[in-house]
Ligand binder design. Structure first.
Ligand code: FE2
Length: 247
């Protein structure tokens, strides 16, 4: 069984070097952090935040106000269609990331199983099913954006932000040193956020009066519910067995 918690020569803690840690603690006493230091740290942050960094981009409205573009703008009177497009773009970016992260995990599991590096803890065919469903969700969002007259290839501001967040999860899974349990922890983060975001998207579609979309999004959320449940069970099973002396 793979171990995320094997004992080894970890040198990151203060206890590894009693002499240096004693000197460091003496240094802290001699040169205590003053209010001025924290003030300057805050000032630096404030300065960074106040710099004219602009925004993460803009929300693309339909390229033309003809045809479907016009109809969507009409149907959402009283609402901000650009915010809906922003969130649809975000979901599209996250589902795309989901496909890639699942793909990476499938390859990792196959490699580890083939090389006897880990017990076959998780069902790879199930992983493939989840990856395919994430791809279907992506296609659904592309269709919806086209229906609204929006450009599905445009990166919206929230798509940009969530893409950066998902890149951290991808790093965990593609790091050759990470265990399946550590990867599943990242997948759990991915699926928890995925779940909450679909829930929000359903509410937004409902607010905008798009009952047809609500139904389609609810189908996607039901599939996401299964992803979350199964990933959580796999993760729990592996971690608990690693923590158990019996195994
Ligand atoms: Fe999912």
């Amino acid at each position: 069984m793979e171990q995320s918690t094997k004992l080894g020569s970890n040198k990151t803690g203060i206890d590894m070097s009693p002499i240096h840690s004693k000197q460091m603690l003496e240094g802290i006493e001699r040169f205590p952090l003053t209010d001025t230091d924290t003030f300057f740290a805050r000032q630096t942050l404030k300065q960074t935040l106040s710099e004219d960094a602009g925004s993460l981009g803009s929300i693309p409205l339909p390229a033309t106000v003809k045809g479907v573009g016009k109809s969507i703008l009409k149907t959402v009177t009283g609402h901000r269609p650009e915010m809906f497009i922003n969130k649809l773009g975000e979901r599209l970016a996250y589902e795309r990331s989901g496909v890639r992260v699942y793909e990476a995990l499938i390859l990792k599991c196959q490699f580890m199983a083939a090389n006897g590096m880990a017990e076959n803890e998780i069902d790879i065919s199930r992983l493939k099913q989840f990856r395919n469903q994430e791809a279907e969700h992506m296609e659904l969002l592309v269709d919806i954006l086209h229906t609204l007259g929006a450009d599905a290839t445009a990166q919206t501001p929230d798509a940009d932000a969530i893409g950066v967040a998902a890149s951290g999860l991808m790093k965990v899974v593609t790091d050759p040193r990470t265990t399946i349990a550590q990867c599943l922890e990242a997948m759990l983060t991915l699926e928890l956020a995925d779940n909450a975001a679909w829930d929000l998207l359903i509410k937004l579609a409902d607010d905008m009066g798009h009952s047809d979309m609500v139904e389609k999004f609810q189908t996607a959320l039901r599939q996401e519910d299964v992803h979350l449940l199964v990933v959580q069970q796999w993760h729990e099973k592996i971690v608990r067995s690693q923590a158990s002396l019996i195994s």
